[in-house]
Design a protein around this ligand. Structure first.
Ligand code: ATP
Ligand code: MG
Length: 562
């Protein structure tokens, strides 16, 4: 038996705890994650996955993976496969419980026959427009269809003919017979089946009638003996129909529970809209590192741990709200803080010649990988007469608070020595700075003596001859606005500078041998991922997962958190 006292509470668990006390489902907790395979999963789905699989785990219960594949024209096996890969990547396991709503088409048809026999469903010949028109509005009641009182025998006969392919698409539908005056529009004789002569990715041409989501979903839950059918808030108004169907049929009746969907700033959360970005060429694919899809986050370099931690922190609530994307970024920083080796990469190189360092000498310096985590060990970093530093780390006329390199100034090169800028070499024609001439102080080797003098700035650097060329991609928000959907034209809002590719970075030699999929902190630049789709040993490509600037944790500290 689950120890209920040791669990962080949320309103879903409170409901389940009540059921455990009353014995409504005995001891059982059985949930499901029910995606429609019409696109790749996004971070909103990750929340739903974590809730459904997480609750099952907390109560030593079960969670099914079920594809809600009732819409043949929009669905595809590519999506089925990507969804399974994403759920697995997050670390969840449906064991042998992989189901498809299409597996139940025969049973669903049988239930429809039962409803007809009980006078609870009828075949309606109104067109889609007429049905909408007859439905009424929130303020005006609906009107009954002229076909509503067909006899059971006629309904059975027509429904069988629908299945047999006698009629064209849209000619007839099967509707529940509930109440055209109900204040809830979903209860005004909702459509249960439509005619659609389309091949289904699993059932092929076997069917030309397909069940509606609102019909297939509760019955699929019931057939799988789900106890708690957890879904997002927009289904709250559909719950009366969910309950009506199961009660009328007298079958196993799960409890539907709704929670608020995740909305993330600078992001959209809809497979349909994400597909527009893919098809319109705004991104390179569903797994573009800028996409809020699980596959995009994975390719960007996010870890499953960080995504799950994020889902844990946002919690489950009943009210819709926006979550700051900075919080997601905070989670990956936290995850990589101790795990990632810290190395040096110069993204925009400026050549530095250390004039008093011997021409042919090379020193191998011991450098720890992570000052916060000694367990990551050390590597050797070559130091020589010519090194690269970051172009931004030098200013000829520095403002007051600039503590990096400037003429006559000293800085420390990380893991190495203190250097002093003696002279600036410029391109005579353009005036561009092409090289710095510096000297080093041999008595200031890092770690050699505890009381070497201190300087204010410490710069990362890479020895010119030993460094490896690398390509680095820096990412920004995919959309310009915090709420990209506040405009009708979503695509007008796409950030034209959401990626910058820098092709001539110089990184430490150790990175030439980095494994595909390895993650690093590049000192002062952020966390980077050796993108397995692009990465070639010897010619490394890195995605920046996230910069080091943590605006979310700053907001929390200053009390300005949302
Ligand atoms: P989309 O509009 O992106 O296709 P959907 O709700 O139609 O979303 P489904 O494939 O039907 O997508 O979703 C599977 C499950 O994921 C559902 O239970 C749904 O409620 C949940 N879900 C979808 N989007 C979110 C979100 N943003 N936050 C939390 N849960 C979500
Ligand atoms: Mg959907």
């Amino acid at each position: 038996m689950t120890d209920l006292n040791n669990m962080p509470a949320n309103f879903i668990k409170n409901i389940i705890n009540e059921h455990q006390k009353s014995g409504r489902f005995g001891d059982r907790v059985h949930t499901r994650f029910p995606p429609e395979p019409n696109g790749y999963l996004h971070i909103g789905h990750a929340k739903s996955i974590c809730i459904n699989f997480g609750i099952a785990a907390d109560y030593a219960g079960l969670c099914n993976l079920r594809f809600d594949d009732t819409n043949p024209v929009k669905e595809d096996v590519e999506y089925v496969e990507s969804i399974m890969a994403d759920v697995r990547w997050l670390g969840f396991d449906w064991q042998e419980r992989l189901f498809y709503a299409s597996d139940y088409f025969e049973e669903l048809y049988g239930y429809a026959i039962r409803l007809i026999e009980r006078g609870k469903a009828y075949v309606c010949d109104l067109s889609a427009d007429e049905i909408r028109d007859y439905r009424g509005t929130l303020t005006a009641p609906g009107r009954e269809s002229p076909y509503r009182d067909r006899s059971v025998a006629e309904n059975l006969d027509l429904f069988r003919q629908m299945r047999d392919g006698v009629f064209q698409d849209g000619a007839r539908v099967l509707r529940a017979k509930i109440d055209m005056a109900s204040p809830n529009l979903n209860m005004r004789d909702p459509v249960l089946y439509r005619i659609q002569h389309a091949a289904h990715h699993r059932t092929g041409d076997k069917w030309c009638i397909y069940p509606m989501y609102d019909y297939a979903h509760p019955l699929s839950d019931s057939l799988e003996r789900i106890t708690h059918s957890i879904c997002t808030l927009e289904f709250e108004d559909h719950r009366p129909l969910y309950d009506w169907l199961l009660d009328e049929l007298g079958v196993h009746h799960p409890q539907q529970i709704e929670f608020a969907r995740l909305n993330l700033s600078y992001t959209i959360m809809s497979k349909r809209k994400l597909r527009l970005l893919v098809e319109g060429g705004y991104v390179s694919g569903w797994d573009d590192p800028r996409m809020p899809t699980i596959s995009g986050l994975r390719r960007r370099g996010y870890t499953a741990e960080a995504v799950k931690d994020f889902c844990e922190r946002i919690g489950v609530a009943k009210a819709n709200s926006f979550v700051d994307i900075a919080m997601l970024e905070h989670c990956i920083r936290e995850d990589l803080f101790l795990k990632a080796p810290r190395v040096m990469a110069v993204l925009r190189p400026l050549r530095v010649v250390i004039e008093n360092y011997p021409e042919d000498a090379v020193e191998m310096l011991d450098a720890e990988y992570n000052g916060e985590n000694q367990a990551l060990g050390t590597r050797q970093v070559p130091f020589a007469r010519v090194v690269y530093i970051e172009r931004d780390d030098f200013m000829e006329e520095p403002p007051k608070k600039f503590f990096r390199l400037a003429p006559g100034r000293e800085v420390r090169l990380k893991h190495a020595y203190i250097i002093k800028c003696e002279r600036v070499v410029k391109d005579e024609a353009t005036g561009e700075i092409i090289e710095l001439r510096c000297t080093y102080d041999p008595d200031t080797k890092s770690g050699a003596s505890p009381d070497v003098r201190k300087v204010k700035g410490t710069l990362h650097w890479v020895a010119a001859e030993h460094g490896v060329k690398a390509e680095v991609r820096l990412y920004d928000h995919l959309f310009l606005k915090e709420n990209p959907e506040e405009d009708d034209d979503l695509t007008a809002n796409v950030n034209p500078h959401s990626v910058s590719v820098i092709t001539d970075c110089i990184v430490e030699p150790v990175l030439a041998g980095a494994a595909k999929g390895a993650r690093y902190q590049f000192l002062r630049h952020g966390y980077f991922y050796a993108d397995p789709a692009e990465y070639q040993p010897g010619a490394p490509v890195f995605n920046r997962i996230v910069s080091l600037k943590d605006s979310w944790s700053k907001m929390q500290k200053s009390g300005g958190g949302k």
